[in-house]
Design a protein around this ligand. Sequence first.
Ligand code: SAM
Length: 290
Amino acid sequence: MAECGTLYLVATPIGNLEDMTFRAVRILKEADLIAAEDTRGSIRLLNHFDIHTPMTSYHEYNKVAKAKVLVDQMLSGKSVACVTDAGTPGISDPGEVLVKMALDAGIQVVPVPGACAAVSALVASGRETGRFCFEAFLPADKKQRSAVLEELREETRTIVLYEAPHRLGRTLALLLETLGDRPMSICRELTKKHEEIRPTTIAQAAAYYQEQEARGEYVLVIAGKDRRELAAQRQETVRESMSVEAHMQQFLERGMDRKEAMKAVAKERGIPKREVYAALLEGGESQEQE
Ligand code: SAM
């Protein structure tokens, strides 16, 4: 039996051809086949780098059927290099399906790293980079979009989103409505001539793009919810929804002793222990008087 071929995930530039890596060029030259999301777009790249490897189309609308064909070709010994429109295959494009099917078939998958719009935007955004979440594009379906936005409401990590120019204004308005105003950066046309990285706030950006037509490619990098603010909101909700006595009871029923329960109640309500103690005394006294 022939030895299996390999699946290479080859990152390509997101605008600036100088971001093509030496390794990407070599792998694309050496592969038996290039599976490209947009063959017409990729041909320009291949011509530029003098790459003559045969190309086949692999895109959103044929991804499942075509992935099976590509997997069979790799099982018969051919090496396939997957390239998508731009950037890193597998990030918000059909690459993911091919990777899963290749791994399921026991084929080796090799990443060939390079440009990625999400990471480029994040690192230059000026927002916290230590913890972040990537949501790609918000769903077009209204119900699904609301569900995602609801999940993001309390997200404390930096949020990275892709957005198409024709939907940018509407998305910013929705973000303002759901997340409230907070710092964000608009990262536009990265690595291209008109690259722009603009630290702003959601409210300012929403107002700006109501007036201005959005043009080009955008990544939105939004500050996560402030952890202290989130904790204070949660404490307020607990204080409003339950009496100190009922709160104590919850912890006592979980097996805590009185001292431990008072400490936990104080923490969850964001109040000093002496206030818990005072409330319990007051509650006990008023019950005794009744
Ligand atoms: N796989 C790609 C990657 O690694 O970034 C992303 C593909 S996704 C279909 C395309 C989206 O990425 C665009 O709509 C835009 O939001 C973002 N994008 C791609 N190139 C960009 C650029 N040069 N500047 C800003 N955003 C870009």
